[in-house]
Design a binder for this molecule. Structure first.
Ligand SMILES: [Mg+2]
Length: 380
């Protein structure tokens, strides 16, 4: 039994020297929302809420937590985290619809879910990968360097290689000729055992994609991510899948269990990428990931934020298994390591989870204080 007795909301924002360039715009600072949830016995757990874009969206989510979500959650008792996620999702359904903000509500509930799973696993004295159903110590997880900008990419990949990465994902969806040249140059320079992926970030319409997807599909890529908007008709996704021998990837912008089930069952996505801090937490993403792997898809968690969500994604990937890569933010991110200590270095391109209870990490709030925007304490 878990009673949500106290919650601390932390909002951090850290400036970065070079913006992250995507086909939908530039990200100029790193924003992060952490939740620390305490139960009736004083046990605690940490969760992270997706807050990468836009920066002002982080402030909105903090206010939603403070004014609606947490006043509803505090003092409620649930048998386990999954029951809490389903129960709170039901309680917040009309608010999410009435405000026309289903995404921010889903992200807030995802962060609460991760914190409750961490809390429950810590209380039981087991690592989260075990609480999620894995019995043996996880193998090192192959991680890929994500978020790589479209300019200066060969130099960035060389630097990532030195840091241990063996797989790389580069942003495309800008000028097609330049994109193809850029990715072609990188593909030619790959070493044995290295992998390359491209992320369009929904940057093409179907007309663009009909030309671009087959051209990229001639290269040795592991996947082509979000070539068109997630809500384009399924016929368009089916057409692109037929045009490409390289698997299509998506999932970071799917926000319901039904839509995920359809995405897995339709079969147009070879790679399924739910974001644990944007929708579902463990309770939503675990069944999605299991369904994906059972259907022969590759489950590769989407994550581009700080270290709590990265660890949550890694625990889930370890528990589910399959051949997926862990998305690992390789650009400047001052919040990544200090908010999840001890933060593991990559070993031969792989991410190592510990057998410490729960997520196995704690934020270093002292170091992170320099980036703190707000801290709100709420009790039942
Ligand atoms: Mg992406």
């Amino acid at each position: 039994m878990i009673e949500i007795s106290r919650v601390d909301i932390y909002h951090f924002s850290a400036p970065i020297k070079e913006p992250i360039v995507t086909s939908f715009g530039a990200i100029i600072a790193r924003n992060n929302i952490l939740l620390r949830i305490e139960d009736q016995d004083g046990a605690h757990g940490w969760g992270e809420i997706w807050a990468s874009f836009p920066p002002c969206g982080a402030e909105n989510k903090v206010r939603l937590l403070q004014s609606i979500v947490l006043p509803t959650a505090l003092g409620r008792r649930y048998e386990n985290p999954t029951e809490a996620w389903h129960g709170l999702t039901r309680l917040m359904r009309r608010h999410a619809l009435q405000s026309a903000e289903p995404g921010p509500f889903a992200a807030c509930l995802a962060g609460i879910d991760v914190a409750l799973w961490d809390l429950a696993a810590r209380k039981a004295g087991v690592p989260l990968w075990r609480a999620l159903g894995r019995e043996s110590m996880p193998e090192p997880l192959p991680a890929y360097a994500s978020n790589l900008n479209p300019t200066g990419t060969p130099e960035m990949i060389a630097s990532c290689r030195e840091r241990g990465y063996r797989a790389f994902k580069v942003k495309v969806g800008f000028d097609l000729t330049t994109d193809l040249e850029n990715i072609g140059t990188i593909a030619d320079s790959l070493g044995d055992g290295e992998a390359l992926m491209v992320d369009v970030n929904q940057g093409w319409d179907i007309k663009d994609a009909r030309a671009a997807v087959p051209a990229f599909a001639e290269m040795p890529l592991d996947w082509i991510e979000e070539p068109i908007c997630v809500d384009e008709p399924v016929e368009q996704w089916a057409e692109l899948a037929r045009l490409s021998q390289v698997p299509l990837a998506g999932g970071e912008n799917i926000l319901s269990l039904t839509d995920f089930e359809n995405a897995v069952d339709d079969g147009h996505l070879g790679v399924i990428q739910p974001d644990i801090g944007k929708w579902g937490g463990f309770s939503g993403c675990l069944p999605v990931a299991r369904r994906a792997v059972a259907a022969g898809r590759r489950y590769c968690p989407h994550w581009l934020n700080a270290g709590i969500g990265l660890h949550a994604s890694a625990h889930l990937l370890s528990a589910v298994g399959g051949t997926g890569f862990l998305e690992h933010d390789a650009l400047e991110n001052p919040l990544q390591a200090p908010l999840a200590e001890p933060f593991p270095p990559l070993a031969d391109g792989c991410f190592l989870l510990s057998d410490r209870p729960g997520l196995g990490v704690e934020p270093d709030l002292g170091t992170a204080a320099q980036w703190l925007q707000s801290h709100i304490e709420m009790s039942a």
